[in-house]
Design a protein around this ligand. Structure first.
Ligand SMILES: *Cc1c(COP(=O)(O)O)cnc(C)c1O
Length: 402
């Protein structure tokens, strides 16, 4: 009889977004919906990227320029551009692995670690870190409060400005996300240094998700974990073109595994880089050539300019939304270095009660913070991936109804 991987039965129901849609359909407000719930980009790809994508697609239809399987870790033209432009040669092209999405890498990287490793995730968190940890069997059952046994939860609260501190207990793999989804906060240099020191001391590995690095505006906030001395020995960095260049529908990302990174087996050291290369060679056929060409165009001078303009629009939106909500007397976080605003529910309302109020009084869709973890309770997340006219409309309605 065929048997299930029982870790999958531990997963909590995926009810958050279906429940949001259901409530949106059954709302009492008659105003057209303003959707500030979505965590997906809304603007079309810039022309320089579209041109590179079309050009590369045409090449695939021509015998002299057709390409089959590419290198499993990505084409040199793209790895070279990333090393040069994203890392100013601090990271060698061979340390960069191109992939078809950060979600996949966040999940796949787990298979290289022993199943008894303890995983730490922020609370509230981007759900992928936690769910893939459950799938991989690194948790016990789900508790009544929604948390899983065996997981180290890193508290992100108003007291620490939603930036997690290294815990007292030991953990082996630590997911960090800065700038953060869902809270919109960004970790400063001192805090990142504390994490690097912690990882060195305890022989842990940091999985640093920099999906929103392009949104950093505050001076002094590191864009990469490798800006911290010694990070190459303890950190993997995952980046994606999804939110930084509008690639959510194209699918492209990369993961940096420095050659200096070590992993241990009964005290013996192994190179994680070599093992990940081995894994890629066996299980991954490389990302599509036209999509890698599209990503290369981001680093051309027209591409750079067009992408910068696009991100600037989302950034302005986030700031506009944050300031508008503040003027209404709400307590808000984020929105300065990330496209998300994390808003405290007034009058001690629960996340879902505030969500319902926004929906039924003003026709605004948000995401209840409790959907991101126990400590997200009492907050909602607004996304700035929307038109400024829609944001203006949302703020006008809130002014009338709150
Ligand atoms: C959107 C997002 C990603 C991007 O994932 P892709 O699979 O590359 O689209 C990664 N991390 C976080 C925190 C995100 O919000």
């Amino acid at each position: 009889m065929v048997k299930l991987n029982t870790h999958y039965t531990k997963l909590a129901g995926n009810y958050l977004f279906p429940e949001i849609s259901k409530r949106a359909r059954n709302r009492t407000s008659t105003a057209p919906l303003v959707d500030l719930g979505i965590g997906d980009v809304t603007r079309p790809l810039p022309p320089a990227i579209v041109q590179a994508l079309s050009q590369a697609s045409l090449e695939m239809g021509n015998a002299s320029t057709f390409r089959g399987y590419g290198p499993s870790a990505g084409y040199d033209f793209l790895r070279g551009a990333i090393s040069q432009y994203d890392y100013k040669h601090l990271i060698h092209p061979e340390e960069i692995f191109i992939s078809d999405g950060a979600k996949c890498d966040i999940a796949n990287i787990q298979e290289i670690f022993c199943s008894s490793n303890r995983v730490a995730v922020p609370d509230p968190t981007y759900p992928v870190y936690l769910d893939t940890t459950v799938m991989a069997g690194r948790t016990r059952l789900q508790l009544k409060n929604g948390r899983y046994g065996g997981v180290v939860y890193l508290a992100c609260t108003e007291e620490n400005n939603f930036c997690p501190l290294p815990p007292r207990e030991s953990c082996d793999l630590v997911y960090l996300c800065s700038p953060n989804n869902p809270t919109g906060s960004a970790m400063n240099r001192e805090l990142l240094k504390q994490w690097v020191d912690y990882a060195k001391k305890t022989k842990a590995i940091l999985l640093f998700d920099g999906a929103y690095e392009a949104y950093i505006r505050s001076p002094g906030i590191p864009k990469s974990i490798y800006e911290i001395e010694g990070a190459k020995e303890v950190a993997i960095e995952i980046r994606s073109y999804s939110k930084t260049a509008g690639f959510t529908g194209l699918r492209l990302s990369y993961t940096v595994i420095p050659k200096a990174l070590k992993i241990f087996d009964c005290g013996r050291e192994h190179s994680l880089h070599a093992l990940w290369q081995r894994r890629h060679d066996t299980k991954f056929g490389g990302a599509p050539y036209p999509i890698q060409k599209a990503a290369e165009a981001i680093y051309s001078s027209p591409g750079k300019e067009q992408v910068r303009e696009m991100i600037e629009i989302y950034s302005q939106n986030a700031k506009f939304l944050r300031e508008g909500l503040e003027q209404l007397g709400l307590t808000v976080y984020g929105g300065l270095d990330a496209p998300y605003v994390w808003c405290k529910a007034p009058n001690n309302l629960s996340s879902w009660n505030f969500f319902d109020l926004l929906l039924n009084q003003a026709g605004i869709v948000s995401v209840p913070g409790s959907g991101f973890g126990l400590l997200g309770e009492g907050f909602v997340r607004f996304s700035a991936f929307a038109d400024q006219t829609k944001l203006t409309e949302a703020l006008t309605r809130l002014r009338a109804h709150l």
